[in-house]
Design a protein around this ligand. Structure first.
Ligand SMILES: O=C1O[C@H](COP(=O)(O)O)[C@@H](O)[C@H](O)[C@H]1O
Length: 260
């Protein structure tokens, strides 16, 4: 059989028989990334998505290797609602993960809910929070997260970057807002591509057969119109796809066996 040669930081696709197996390996991957980052810099910076992602982090609960006090957590995107609203990504992460582990409250960077009526101010304030965390420490133009965890909607959106939206072309801002999201709720803030693409490790997590058609369009013949296909890490960053076999059912893209 002919060998398929991939460019040096081509996406790495790892597929697991089911979501439970994915959860275990994702947790091992994050613990390793955490250790490498803490050994190097004394902290671990991670950004989380909402949707189906928070419950896929359950493998971290009760794991003594996780150094929660070294984690600095941001949200890749957030719905502009109160923190206890059922649509809030922060609420989902609290419910599925943070309420069950001992992470210091101040290490979780959520939106400033006093600014919910002003999207510009709200996204600026979240950007300032990022600048405080990163600017002096990594003097790069964009923050370099140790890990950014992404989900992918059936329409190919990721974070709050939707097909055909002008934000797909944003090159300067770190955090931007959307007031016309096709998926409710309409008002959201989101990291932009430059922030996502500068991360050291970008990990998409996708499970279930409803993701199968889109995953094929992202990995096999990447359609630039699909926001998830536009995630392209800046070298030496690496993009991973952690999926289950149901999501990967239609994909010809080569799988890589999971190893740490
Ligand atoms: O609206 C959103 O959707 C995406 C994808 O969600 P999923 O449930 O299909 O995984 C999610 O990653 C994003 O954070 C969220 O705001």
């Amino acid at each position: 059989m002919a060998t398929v040669h991939q460019p040096p930081n081509a996406p790495i696709l790892v597929s697991f028989p089911d979501a439970d197996a994915l959860v275990v390996s994702l947790s091992a991957f994050l613990v390793k990334a955490q250790k490498d980052s803490i050994d190097k810099k004394g902290r671990f910076t991670i950004a989380l998505s909402g949707g189906s992602l928070p419950k896929m982090l359950r493998g971290l609960i009760g794991n003594p290797a996780v150094k929660w006090n070294k984690w600095q957590v941001f949200y890749v995107d957030e719905r502009v609602v109160s923190l206890d609203h059922p649509d809030s990504n922060h609420r989902a992460c609290m419910e599925h993960l943070f309420s069950k582990v001992s992470i210091p409250e101040g290490n979780i960077h959520h939106i400033d809910t006093s600014l919910l009526d002003d999207l510009e101010e709200l996204s600026d304030a979240y950007e300032k929070d990022l600048i405080r965390e990163f600017a002096q420490k990594d003097s790069a133009r964009f923050p370099v997260f140790d890990v950014i965890l992404l989900g992918m909607g059936p329409d190919g959106h990721t974070a709050s970057l939707f097909p055909g939206h002008e934000l797909l072309l944003e090159e300067d801002r770190w955090v931007a807002y959307v007031n016309d999201s096709p998926k409710p709720p309409p008002k959201r803030i989101t990291f932009t591509y430059p922030v996502i693409n500068h991360a050291a490790r970008i990990v998409f997590v996708a499970a279930g057969k409803e993701k199968a058609t889109t995953l094929r369009s992202v990995l096999d013949v990447p359609e630039e119109g699909l926001p998830s296909a536009r995630v392209k890490p800046v070298y030496p960053g690496q993009l991973y796809w952690f999926v289950d076999d149901a999501a990967a059912a239609n994909v010809a893209y080569p799988r890589t066996p999971f190893k740490l």
